[in-house]
Write a protein that binds this ligand. Structure first.
Ligand code: SF4
Ligand SMILES: [Zn+2]
Length: 117
């Protein structure tokens, strides 16, 4: 049974939050999606493999204090979403590309207004 990263009490591996200190342990309310948290005051990015190889485009980088995609650089990179269902992968993709989706939406809306007038 894993420990809560904040209060270090044993918690069920499927628990969405710690029953003792209420720290959120899973992202998007999905038990299969672990939410990594920085516990020493240093952003997770400082030890993340995706920051080191400059492949992360997550908006919180380089100051992420919590992240679903964190990979310890000492353990290497191995398919971060390997255990996720397609629905969860789509959620992750959408959350990481939300800025582009909004910009494309605004561009299409502007184009529509221009053509309509
Ligand atoms: S995946 Fe998360 S922890 Fe890693 S660099 Fe990107 S934002 Fe930081
Ligand atoms: Zn706890």
């Amino acid at each position: 049974m894993p420990d809560c990263p904040k209060c270090h009490q044993p918690v069920d591996s499927q628990a969405l939050e710690c029953p003792y200190c209420r720290t959120v342990l899973k992202a998007y309310g999905h038990p299969g999606m672990k939410l990594y948290r920085a516990m020493d005051g240093e952003p997770l990015c400082t030890t993340c493999a995706y920051h080191e190889d400059d492949t992360c485009n997550f908006p919180k980088r380089p100051y992420a204090m919590d992240c679903t995609l964190y990979r310890d650089r000492d353990q290497g990179i191995a398919s971060p979403t390997a255990g996720y269902t397609p629905r969860v992968r789509l959620r992750v993709w959408f959350s990481h590309n939300l800025v582009w989706m909004v910009l494309i939406g605004l561009l299409l809306f502007s184009l529509f207004i221009t053509l309509a007038s």
